[in-house]
Write a new protein. Structure first.
Length: 149
């Protein structure tokens, strides 16, 4: 009787885990300096949240940023290309996922200018800056996508 219960429990467990859906991995490319530690921390944050980014190390990121339409006032230390959109700087993975789910046709991507403390990859103790994630289009127009305190 104990063996039958154990087998039943094991069968239910295997069945439940086999049918559990896992979120698909979101793939992209991340352009970064080979010397930047915070960029690598941001990539870890993204990986922990279901992204798989191929890192392309470059000594000079400016040509890539220009090619991908990053606005100079929002430039940061790394630039990612995911599903045809551009993501500049230390953007939280949740904001990128929300953007990709909506697939805004008029927007080119998201950006967090500079390197705000407390943003993904820029964690340092209890220090946290308030910052905004902005969406931008190919004409340089922006709108606030998310605010973080």
């Amino acid at each position: 009787m104990i063996i039958n219960r154990t087998l039943l429990a094991l069968t239910v467990f295997i069945s439940a885990t086999a049918t559990a859906e896992t979120a698909p991995i979101i793939k992209g490319t991340n352009y970064l300096s080979p010397y930047c530690g915070c960029c690598k921390e941001w990539v870890t944050h993204m990986k922990d949240n279901g992204f798989e980014l191929e890192n392309v190390y470059q000594e000079n990121l400016t040509p890539t940023k220009i090619k991908l339409g990053v606005l100079p006032q929002y430039a940061s230390c790394h630039t990612a290309q995911i599903e045809g959109y551009t993501f500049e700087g230390h953007i939280p993975a949740a904001d990128i996922k929300r953007f990709l789910a909506k697939k805004p046709t008029r927007m080119k991507g998201l950006a967090v200018g500079g390197m705000p403390m407390g943003s993904p990859g820029m964690e340092y103790g209890d220090q946290k800056d308030s910052y905004s994630v902005v969406a931008f289009d190919d004409k340089g127009r922006t709108m606030v996508w998310a605010r973080h305190n």
